[in-house]
Write a new protein. Sequence first.
Length: 345
Amino acid sequence: MYKMGISVFNGLKEYNLASNLEYIKLAKKLGYEMVFSSAHINEAENAINDLKVCIDLANSLGMKLSLDISKPAFEKLGNISGLYSLRLDYGFTEEDIVKLSNEAEYFVELNASTLTNARFEKLVEKGLNLQKTRLSFNYYPKLHTGHTIEFCKERIEYYHKYQVSVGIFIPSKYQFRPPMYEGLPTIEKHRKENISLVIEELKTIGADEIFFGDAYASYDELEMLKKHQTENILLPVKLFENLPSEVYEIMKTNWVRRIDYNDELIRLSGGVNIKGLKPFNNIERKKWSLTIDNEQFLRYQGEVNIVISDLEKDERVNVIGNVLMSDTILNSIKQGKTITFIVIA
């Protein structure tokens, strides 16, 4: 299961030291292990001093801080003690990287967004210490510049062959980092998608660590990332208004995809036994519609389905809402996999 992380930024007027420290403490309280920071934003003396205070606090709490740094900044700052990993940005040669991986106390963190297979394999040939190597993707402040989920999935699968962990970033909808104020996701489409859908997709593609790129994520957002730390598939669902009370009740239970399945419906087992459910909202069933069979479907009454191909309307089937999911998540739902719905506004 993935580890949870936050980002803190020093040297920006929007983020004072006291707020950064409180944010780190809150994250620890909620079970977060990882902290990401950057030495790029501002190399002013007070920013570096504040960074060192954040590192000390993270270590005292048993958390792990990763610092993104360029070769010029690395040479200027010298050794910074207490780091878990140093994310090597521009300027580092292959010889630098291999040497650090074998001599430094911290992990060497490589850029999963830009590192090619050829260069990574060359580093391995030159003696890269994989036991002290990890990777993480970039986050993308500029609109329309983030990755596709297919790209990230392919890169994660490639690096997992070498048994190295890969981190990835998600945006906050609560507070955006300046100067773009448009979120800090790795994957472009995640910039505007529901956070539960975003997290579940990253679980699906095997991300080892999920960081909030923006600071500061809200308490509810931090909690949501924690809530998804389960083997169950958590699916956000928007229910229609004025539904019978029993429909809301069945949303509170867990469901299992039936062993026999097809390419039109995800048939779910579980829930509660419903009797006398009258027909309502018998409309065309679009992909990702959530439905429940009414009393006219006789012994199938109460069966809940997720529609995965557009279907015609059926007087025996009530459409009760829409599930926020994707083909990425669909492809990961195995026979017998437990599904939990998260009802959202």
